[in-house]
Design a protein. Structure first.
Length: 155
């Protein structure tokens, strides 16, 4: 009986901790990005800016990758390098044709990512929240998809 009680208490504690996962702030539309929406997902986190030419070229590739990852335990997330907020962030994302989620709050501290002085920079985070790759420079959907497959195969 005591063993069963310990198991139940342990399970309840785990559920409480899981339910307390920190949300990721809001997106470019002002919508909350709940932690449970991203838990267990491979994340491709891209830092971009309006003034960055390679970023502008890369965005359609990231849109394509996000479409390809739908239902496959992966997401593309964007972060504006200049920390735009509110309507400024929404307008920048709209003008660049960004369809993937752009986080208004930089997740760098949460994920222990080093700040990059070069754009674009893309981080690949595995399903357990661990940094697996830092890619500097313009990426393609095919290249990122291949890199994701390679990293996932290593697990």
């Amino acid at each position: 009986m005591r063993r069963q009680l310990q198991m139940v208490l342990g399970l309840m504690s785990g559920l409480l901790v899981a339910g307390c996962a920190e949300d990721w702030g809001v997106d470019q539309h002002g919508q909350k990005v709940p932690a449970e929406q991203l838990e267990g997902q491979w994340l491709v986190i891209n830092y971009w800016a309006e003034w960055c030419g390679p970023c502008r070229t890369e965005i359609p590739e990231l849109n394509r990758l996000d479409d390809q990852l739908q239902g496959r335990h992966g997401r593309v997330l964007g972060v504006n390098y200049d920390a735009l907020q509110g309507e400024d962030l929404a307008e920048a994302a709209r003008s660049l044709g960004i369809r993937f989620t752009v986080l208004a709050q930089d997740p760098a501290q949460h994920l222990e990512l080093a700040r990059s002085d070069v754009l674009p920079t893309t981080f690949i985070i595995d399903a357990s929240g661990r940094l697996r790759e830092r890619l500097v420079g313009e990426q393609t959907a095919a290249g990122l998809q291949a890199r994701l497959a390679q990293l996932q195969a290593e697990e």
